[in-house]
Design a protein around this ligand. Structure first.
Ligand code: KG4
Ligand code: ZN
Length: 339
């Protein structure tokens, strides 16, 4: 705690292609600055080497802007939280090295944060806060999980994808339609004017609370190949309906498992997180389930759905309160399970 009696945490996120810094004071976000990297668009995916270089260019100005926007002084910061894992190792190392150096020079605690735990806790940024225990459907470009969150730092994975993540299912389907990377937001956009029931892609039958998306992608591929043989302009002529139908299939897989998890745990406090939670169809579908099954739902604002440092700062805040701080010899890790 600083001399004004507040706890101020700087959060740093650099796990993939977003360089972000945020300031959290007593659990409230004062600033959240995000620098996206356009350099990857022409390659159709994130190029790790280019991502690391862009993080190196962005990190100092992004942190400076976050401090300025929060109207605080560097010396007021009580702890530095950073994304330690999982992610691209070169990208993670930029944020990790920066966080360690700054923590060392200011003589303040360093707090290592798990990116997926932080996505779940993005639901603690805005009010009304969810009550514990809650379920969180975390859907990003690399992960698809149903999490049982009992306390801010006590979480359990109830189910996860056995192959592709939901974001990958969106992006790979978009690629089949000839759309640029990342295709998820574009499918969302085109789907708005399409008919979700026009084309049907079968739902995979996976036991328990786990997911699978690779079959959906394959059935879309075969369907398109067949149609294109007879109608070379099939995609252009049906783009909106195709996007709406693909989006509908992915969303139904997610919501059916979420409903199963809610019934099995008897928990009706439901959150969503991760880049795909920005999807308008998913948000609408979640609201329909909430009305039908009497769920209380929590949906973070768009800026807290995709990768951001606000979620790292808030997770760091809860860790700081519990005294969960790390030694300066801590390093980044591309893959890591929960603590
Ligand atoms: O959480 P995130 O920003 O980064 C990871 O940690 O992966 O998620 C990125 C993923 C990408 O696959 C992107 O296509 C998807 O989220 N995404 C969307 C939407 N916005 C982002 N997918 C569907 N609809 C959207 N509106
Ligand atoms: Zn993420």
């Amino acid at each position: 705690m600083n001399k004004e009696g507040n706890v101020i945490i700087l959060g740093i996120e650099s796990s993939c292609d977003e360089t972000s810094a945020a300031i959290c004071m007593d659990g409230k976000i004062l600033s959240n600055v995000i620098a996206s990297q356009d350099v990857h668009i022409k390659y159709g995916g994130v190029v790790p080497e280019l991502a690391s270089r862009a993080h190196m260019q962005h990190i100092v100005p992004v942190v400076e802007e976050a401090i300025k926007k929060a109207s605080i002084q560097l010396e007021q910061i009580d702890g530095i939280a950073f994304t330690q894992s999982p992610g691209l190792i070169g990208s993670l190392l930029v944020g990790t090295s920066f966080a360690k150096s700054l923590a060392m020079s200011l003589g303040i605690p360093l707090i290592a944060v798990h990116h997926m735990q932080a996505h779940v806790l993005s639901n603690l940024i805005e009010t009304p806060l969810p009550t514990f225990p809650f379920l969180c459907l975390t859907v990003s470009g690399g992960h698809t999980q149903i999490i049982l969150c009992e306390e801010p730092l006590k979480m359990k994975i109830l189910g996860e994808t056995l192959d592709d993540a939901a974001g990958e299912a969106f992006d790979k389907s978009a690629k089949l339609l000839g759309l640029p990377y990342p295709g998820g937001p574009l499918i969302d956009q085109y789907a708005a004017a399409g008919d979700p029931t026009r084309f049907h892609f079968p739902e995979p039958q996976i036991d328990g609370l786990n997911f699978s998306f690779s079959g959906v992608k394959t059935s879309i591929l075969y369907f398109l190949q067949k149609q294109l043989k007879e109608h070379p302009n099939f995609i252009q002529d049906n783009l909106h309906d195709l996007c709406a139908s693909i989006q509908h299939s992915i969303i139904q897989i997610l919501l059916h498992k979420l409903k199963k998890a809610s019934m099995e745990t008897n928990i009706k406090e439901i959150c969503i997180a991760g880049g795909v939670s920005a999807n308008k169809g998913l948000r609408r579908g979640l609201q329909e389930y909430a009305d039908k099954y009497h769920w209380k739902i929590h949906v973070p604002s768009f800026e807290y759905c995709t990768d951001n440092a606000a979620m790292i700062a808030i997770t760091g805040y809860y860790k700081f309160l519990k005294g969960e701080i790390n030694h300066l010899n801590t390093s980044a890790s591309a893959r890591a399970t929960w603590d």
